[in-house]
Design a protein around this ligand. Structure first.
Ligand code: ATP
Ligand code: SF4
Ligand code: MG
Length: 363
């Protein structure tokens, strides 16, 4: 068997089309003990060496189970969380070392949309006051101009001007998300990181919010990172999808390629759990089960971090040698962190029989 050749963590050379370039980003939270929490006894490696590039005007979907570090990654890119290592470049300039006014300017260019964006804000503030708050900080102007801009943004997201006088609790989840998006857009950002933007919404409303994000992207040339734990949510909106596991990227590919043929065992297992609307295909499908729980990011398993749950695990290399993201021959634009990606692609390495079950058709 040919030993795979390791390539650097980022696939291609940076170019002017990349709005965001993240190299080897780390966020390690100290675990404190002692009477006054003065002893560091370890670190939660929430993000542990993630590299990616996002092309201007494109959408990057970031997926993975709860706790794999997606939100921490998004927050660290925006410097809402201080990275403990690595670099973030926005439009060719490092964001990592910025301070004061320069950091404030960079923050204006990058905005975050949360699951329920108004929930984290003061419920006693009216929509008008919530909307113009970022403008007051970044682009002060007479009040009537700020209000006019807020009304314009609401219109853009399909909300009436009258919403300005109301309070967050007076709106449905979908409407609140629209207002949250309008608030994030008010400063004319270039990069929007949407963290689980539709997870709290009904399926029908999810589609409307996704459509709204796509419309805004077309109109303003926005670049998105859309974070979700559900692969189905990011499928249609994303140009590129990255899959995270325990603080690291395990697979990255063009969205169509990834969904057509996932190559990392973790992606394969996640993908096999998505119901397919065609009942005939659904009946023939096999589901690959993941064993056990997600290990702690404070104490990740040796070798391949996924080996404790991997249906394709091979003795003993998987337990001892750490795989790194590498390009896979015959799959341009794809990076996979598995020693056996080629053999899995060719069918030479198969999942353990006991972990393959018939898919249960969704009713
Ligand atoms: N401020 C913090 N201090 C210590 N640990 C943290 C902190 N924030 C997050 N973590 C830990 O870092 C890991 C990654 O958390 P994060 O919220 O980024 O995951 P996630 O992928 O966004 O999960 P979810 O899908 O549930 O939102 C988790 O183990 C979490 O408990
Ligand atoms: S390296 Fe081994 S344990 Fe890790 S994903 Fe590949 S087959 Fe599974
Ligand atoms: Mg999260």
């Amino acid at each position: 068997m040919v030993e795979p050749v390791e390539t650097p963590p980022v696939a291609s050379e940076p170019d002017r089309d990349d709005l965001l370039v993240v190299e080897n980003l780390q966020v390690h939270f100290p675990i404190k003990r002692g009477l006054v929490f003065d002893r560091t006894v370890g670190h939660v490696k929430a993000v542990d060496g993630v590299s990616l590039r996002v092309r201007r005007g494109s959408t990057y979907g970031l997926v993975g189970e709860s706790g794999c570090g997606k939100s921490t990654f998004g927050r660290a890119v925006l410097r809402l969380e201080e990275p403990t290592g690595g670099t973030v470049m926005l439009d060719g300039e490092s964001v990592t070392g910025l301070k004061g006014e320069a950091l404030r300017q960079a923050r204006r260019r990058m905005q975050m949309v949360f699951q329920d964006p108004l929930a984290s804000l003061d419920p006693r503030q009216s929509v008008q006051s919530l909307m113009i708050e970022p403008l007051r900080v970044h682009q002060p102007a007479p009040n009537d101009q700020l209000v006019a801009r807020a009304a314009e943004m609401l219109e853009l997201v399909g909300m009436p001007r009258a919403a300005l006088a109301k309070y967050p609790h007076e709106f449905s989840g979908g409407q609140r998300q629209r207002i949250g998006i309008a608030r994030a857009m008010i400063l004319n950002p270039e990069l929007v990181i949407a963290d689980e933007p539709v997870s709290a919404l009904d399926v029908s409303v999810q589609a409307q919010v996704i459509n709204l994000l796509e419309k805004l992207q077309r109109e303003f040339g926005l670049t998105y990172i859309v974070i979700a734990h559900d692969l189905a949510v990011v499928r249609h909106i994303s140009d590129v999808v990255g899959v995270m596991y325990l603080g690291q990227m395990v697979e990255e590919a063009g969205s169509d390629d990834l969904y057509a043929q996932p190559l990392h065992p973790y992606t394969i297992a996640l993908m096999s759990a998505i119901p397919i609307p065609d009942p005939e295909v659904e009946d023939r499908r096999e589901r690959i089960l993941l064993r056990g729980d997600l290990p702690s990011p404070a104490n990740p398993p040796s070798g391949c971090r996924f080996h404790t749950r991997c249906p394709y695990r091979q003795p003993t290399r998987c337990d001892t040698d750490e795989p790194h993201l590498r390009e896979i021959e015959g799959h341009p634009g794809r990076r996979v962190s598995c020693h056996w990606a080629e053999q899995i692609a060719s069918g030479e390495v198969q999942p353990m029989d006991s972990l393959v079950v018939e898919a249960v058709a969704a009713d």
